[in-house]
Write a protein that binds this ligand. Structure first.
Ligand code: FAD
Length: 341
């Protein structure tokens, strides 16, 4: 990947720790006078009918709360309570037999030939390395067998670092600030909309982190869903747009996010020299290094996970009008037949 630190490049990658991204989101949310953030509220129940939705739960001080709204959007992560209230424990897909060990570490790999974001391919010692703060903190994520106990992971970490990182560092050469194991999954809910309740982001789908399609997939869900809800509120479309949201966002997960992220994980844990002959993505990435046109095509492909729901606003209105007309026609017909009798 080319150096993405070019500030004027609209396609440059932005790599932030989740906590920092969260602060950016809160700053934006605070600009809306009609939006309130209620921290430490855990939802544990919901109820809906054709008029609205009620969500109930507990605050951190143990007191209960209840909110009533037109719609509820479940964005409560991979263990989503909202999804479980809709579908129970069903969340179709698979869990990989690898765990990802996500570490944050001070170690100046930018001076050792690495770019700010890197996917290092190797059958055993693959890793993702990205510089995540200006003061030199790196996120280094690598794989270990899923059944390896965490104590064993901790014991092996110095050897893994020494084997896979540039400069073959020993423990005194770097400072780790975090180390956490994560199970990785490819899973998708059977529907992203049930009545007045919608699911988005990890609550709706999960994928392995290689390629960065997890959070980005969630952001484009939320962008699309907000477009639909604002369209409904402004009278530009009807509630039927939420079926389109469900259909399109699941289609994109099944057709792009799932195969691309799965392919990325298989690719990063392969020997590049063995698969380069047959792997189109590796061939394209190698070409993109020297050819800006190919690089542009790669960037354009990344936008394939976006979807503009405003394109359906009129169509949904038309479909609704058609439906109403059809309904009137069939009612008139029944009345006519009844009258004849
Ligand atoms: C090791 C690893 C590396 C990753 N790297 C990348 C990457 O490089 N790029 C990328 O795009 N993605 C990456 N991802 C994926 C990314 O972290 C997730 O896709 C993203 O955080 C999902 O955001 P979310 O808001 O849907 O869920 P979460 O971030 O899980 O947030 C859910 C929120 O809901 C709250 N919540 C949960 N239950 C309830 C409840 N009952 N009531 C109220 N609130 C509740 C939680 O407290 C939390 O605040 C990675 C994931 C892992 C595990």
């Amino acid at each position: 990947m080319k150096d993405s630190s070019q500030v004027n490049n609209p396609d440059a990658l932005t790599v932030l720790p989740l906590g920092d991204l969260g602060k950016v989101l809160v700053q934006h949310a605070n600009k809306y006078p009609n939006l309130e953030v209620h921290w430490d509220h855990t939802v544990d129940d919901l109820e809906q009918d054709d008029k609205g939705v009620i969500v109930r739960g507990k605050k951190s001080d143990g007191t209960s709360f209840q909110y009533i709204g037109d719609y509820c959007c479940g964005t409560d992560g991979g263990n989503s309570t909202i999804r479980k209230l809709l579908f129970g424990n069903r969340f179709d897909g698979k869990t990989w037999d690898t765990q990802i060990i996500a570490t944050n570490v001070y170690y100046p790999m930018e001076t050792m030939g690495l770019n700010e974001t890197n996917f290092i391919m190797h059958p055993e010692h693959y890793f993702m390395g990205a510089k995540i703060t200006r003061d030199g903190l790196w996120r280094v994520s690598y794989g270990e067998p899923a059944d390896m106990p965490f104590e064993e992971v901790l014991k092996r970490q110095p050897w893994k670092y020494e084997t896979m990182l540039p400069g073959k560092p020993k423990p005194g050469d770097y400072r780790i600030t975090n180390i956490n194991p994560y199970r990785i999954h490819q899973r998708c809910a059977e529907k992203f909309r049930v009545g007045r309740v919608c699911l988005a982001a990890d609550a709706a789908h999960l994928c392995n982190p290689f390629g960065g399609l997890g959070l980005t997939g969630g952001i484009v869900d939320v962008g699309g869903l907000s477009q639909c809800l604002i369209g409904i509120a402004e009278g530009k479309t009807t509630d039927a747009i939420l079926d389109k949201y469900d259909e399109e966002r699941r289609r994109i997960w099944h057709e792009i996010i799932n195969p691309v992220s799965s392919g990325n994980f298989v690719r990063v844990s392969s020997d590049p020299d063995v698969i380069a002959e047959t792997d189109e993505i590796i061939q394209m990435s190698r070409k993109a290094w020297h050819d800006d046109e190919v690089l542009k095509q790669q960037h354009a492909f990344a936008y394939g996970i976006c979807h503009d729901f405003s394109q359906y606003f009129d169509k949904v209105e038309r479909a609704k009008a058609d439906q109403t007309r059809k309904g009137q026609i069939s009612v008139n017909h029944v009345e006519f037949v009844a009258g004849e009798g």
